[in-house]
Write a new protein. Sequence first.
Length: 428
Amino acid sequence: MEVAAVAAPEEPDGRASRTGISRRGLIGWALGSGVAGIAVGAGGAAAAAAAGVRIGSAPVDEYAFEGAHQAGITTRVQEHLHFASFDMMPRASRDDLVSLLQDWSYAASRLAKGLDVSASGAVGGSPEAPPDDTGEAQGLTAAGLTITFGLGPSLFLAEGDRFGIADRRPSVLAELPAFVGDALDAGYTGGDLCIQACADDPQVAVHAVRNLSRIAFGRARLRWSQLGFGRTSRTAADQQTPRNLFGYKDGTANILADDAEALAEHVWVGEKDEPAWMAGGSYLVARKIAMLIETWDRLRLAEQDRTIGRAKGSGAPLSGGDEFAEPSFHGGRIDDSAHVRLAHPSINDGIRILRRGYNYVDGNNELGRLDAGLYFLSYQRSPAQFITLQKRLSTDLMSEYIRHIGSGIWAIPSGAEKNSYVGAGLFA
């Protein structure tokens, strides 16, 4: 398997640090192979094949980890997701948090290139020690892997301010309020840190989370995770609008990666926004939304269309035109409580968000019905955008067929500079 040296993260004061994972991270590899709750049997990124790289706006095999913004936000939406939430260990210190973010960034920069998490990799170390990398990635490409890191409000509110960052918490970063219809399960809610791994190969995405979880051993522990498949949004104009598990096109009006003006207004934290260390970042809201599939499937097609406000086949608004026609909410052809109307910017003071959702199926529930739904991910310049939209959707006709069962919010720092790490500005 191909391995290569990658520039090491910097220390918080800007000095170049070690050329790999910290000793704490290596101990995590040695001890963390039994971490509970990690989905095994999926894998990662190996040497990227040049033949797998495409040009133009089509999918590419590798996306750079470093950059002004973290990858995985405006990046062309991949087909698979592994999302994971973590809590810092009760006795973890500020130094533990910094070293973890450094180690994660170093490993992520390698995984994004299709490499093992360290130069020793899956088979290059001592045969008498656990391998640095779990190895199921061998023979696979990077598959367009992106890894995005986030910081939850609970991290800043830790007892005794043990991470020394309470005064640096963004004022807008707080746990989301309760919404009408919430049925949240603590097992899918909250977390000090999050990792969003997206790839066009499910094994690559799971391999990334599995190995980053091993690195965290002793410093952070997995709180919950979620697998997703089949994107339910698009971020590139040439991507076909996908369908959700209700069978409707989803994400028709999503903000696209080439719309710099909309991104600056609605997604990226501005240079003049507070706090300054969040400039170039964003805020992520994740919602696990259970869909009452069997109930929905018994609805007449006309009633399904009325609920969404679009035609199931074409995706066109019921007011007329094709999929991309601007909906008209005059004339009564679109119900006042249809989803497309209540979510539309014209009804919400121009508010827009960038969506990166995925379908999920977690087997069946106790009633013998599909445990399935939408894992909703949205990026916005301020959480207030999501809160406003979600409150508006309290009267949505679709609310009869869905339940919000998981929730979380995280500050997404700007991208890592070369020889640095994600979140470095927080500790500057």
